[in-house]
Design a protein around this ligand. Structure first.
Ligand code: HEC
Length: 185
């Protein structure tokens, strides 16, 4: 992968990590909103860890890598969809009306994240004590766009995609959903 592309991805991760501002004297979010924001923060932290290990900014550690990979499995998919079944409050950045109106499209992005997370987690579970060449972007079969917006692939297809590429496809689902259903506040 060209350096510029890697940089773009690191920037994307940085953007994802920018948490909501919210001043201290504001009301607290409801427990339901807090739960989903926490799930998102957990995924952002896991993404940061994985990105730092792929880029070499953080030493690769198999256990930490696998733990981080499991966070997306925990929070992706149906679990994520369910977290948005409740209405937002003033502390939420979710466009609840749009989510309710476009529930199927919203759930589809969540399901796509779940599918990619499962494939990525499987790869991570098999990883050794270093990032091997076949985990790298560009090795093996390439497929899927960075935006994760391609039609659903079969599990067999996904397992042929290198771990680093799957990771970027996962990040694509974060961006795809945020651009539609997360409000700028
Ligand atoms: C299916 C839609 C969807 C997907 C997929 C998704 N998000 Fe989100 N995310 C949202 C919405 C909606 C909000 C606003 C939630 C709120 O404030 O109630 C949000 C909020 C966030 C926040 C801010 C949390 C806070 O309040 O501090 C972060 C960070 C975040 N997402 C990271 C991620 C990462 C990383 C991924 C991918 C691994 C991801 N999201 C995938 C919809 C999604």
């Amino acid at each position: 992968m060209p350096k510029s592309c890697r940089f773009a991805i690191v920037s994307a991760v940085v953007v994802l990590l920018q948490l909501t501002s919210g001043t201290a004297n504001d009301a607290q979010p409801s427990p339901a909103v807090e739960r989903r924001q926490q799930a998102m923060k957990d995924m952002a932290r896991a993404a940061k860890t994985i990105a730092a290990m792929f880029s070499g900014d953080q030493a690769y550690d198999k256990t930490k890598f696998q733990e981080a990979a499991s966070v997306f499995v925990t929070h992706g998919g149906a679990g994520l969809s369910a977290l948005f079944a409740v209405s937002a409050d003033a502390k939420s950045e979710a466009d609840d009306q749009k989510i309710a109106a476009e529930r199927e499209a919203f759930d589809k992005i969540a399901a796509r994240l779940e599918e990619l997370a499962a494939a990525f987690h499987q790869k991570a579970a098999r990883s050794g004590n270093a990032i091997s060449a076949d985990m790298r972007m560009g090795s093996g079969v390439s497929g899927g766009s960075l935006l994760g917006a391609r039609p659903l692939r079969s599990e067999a297809d996904l397992s042929a995609i290198p771990a680093e590429h799957l990771f970027h496809m996962m990040l694509g689902t974060c961006t795809a959903c945020h651009s539609k259903y997360r409000l700028e506040k």
